[in-house]
Write a protein that binds this ligand. Structure first.
Ligand SMILES: N[C@@H](CCC(=O)N[C@@H](CS)C(=O)NCC(=O)O)C(=O)O
Length: 217
């Protein structure tokens, strides 16, 4: 499999960490997000959305990060990470759809205001952050309630739902996501997700860097 991705982005980190977690072998083809390579016709022929990531497996091409996780889990026969049981799978599918339609857009506001804008020399807009706060807390509260019931999103072991839901908050400290009122969510992110080897291998730092040399150990 080939994964076309820039590892600094939310949905690429999701797929790169997810495929590693699933033990799916792949070759990464770099698509430089900040250089706009995802808009190049040579790439949009593969993903007409002009967004990353995308996957090629022989003649088969696929975009949508969560569909890529589902495909890779099934291809690798990882029934623990994406169970075939009707209701457990429906539960995971629900979180994948919710992540894409609700969670990612809300977390993305914090990413843009508190990470992207400062990188580009602009100031975060407090009005934009204030306007998003109620929606963020509603969604985070849903996750927090779920994580009050179980160690991971879908029980006592990680699934592709965990990887998908973690990705939009991957820079949560620098995004300044207000997690203080959501202790179970914070516990899951810092105590579970960030301890996963697949997550650590796909580390991204403030300023969207992959270079850890400047970081405290
Ligand atoms: N729903 C898509 C979203 C993909 C997406 O929006 N990717 C971002 C990077 S995380 C992107 O490439 N955006 C295009 C742009 O900013 O021009 C997925 O999950 O794959």
């Amino acid at each position: 499999m080939q994964v076309f991705a820039d590892p600094i982005t939310v949905n690429c980190r999701k797929v790169l960490a997810g495929l590693d977690f699933l033990g799916a072998p792949f070759e990464r083809v770099h698509v430089d997000y900040f250089k706009g390579e995802h808009k190049d016709p040579s790439y949009t022929a593969l993903n007409p959305n002009a967004s990353v990531p995308a996957l090629r497996d022989g003649d088969f091409e696929l975009w949508e990060s969560n569909a890529i996780l589902q495909y890779a889990a099934d291809k690798m026969g990882r029934d623990d990470a994406y169970p075939r049981d009707l209701q457990r799978r429906a539960d995971i599918n629900r979180w994948l759809l919710w992540e894409s339609s609700s969670w990612f857009p809300s977390c993305y506001v914090f990413l843009v205001e508190n990470c992207v804008k400062p990188l580009l020399g602009a100031e975060p807009d407090p009005a934009v952050l204030d306007a998003q706060a109620a929606q963020f807390h509603k969604l985070a509260g849903i996750l927090d309630a779920r994580l009050a019931r179980s160690e991971w999103i879908c029980g006592d072991r990680p699934t592709i739902a965990d990887i998908a839901l973690a990705a939009p908050m991957h820079l949560h400290v620098h995004q300044k996501l207000p997690l203080a009122d959501h202790p179970n969510l914070k516990r899951w992110m810092t105590g579970n997700i960030e301890k996963m080897p697949s997550w650590d291998k796909t580390w991204v730092g403030p300023g969207f860097t992959l270079d850890r040399s400047g970081q405290a150990s």
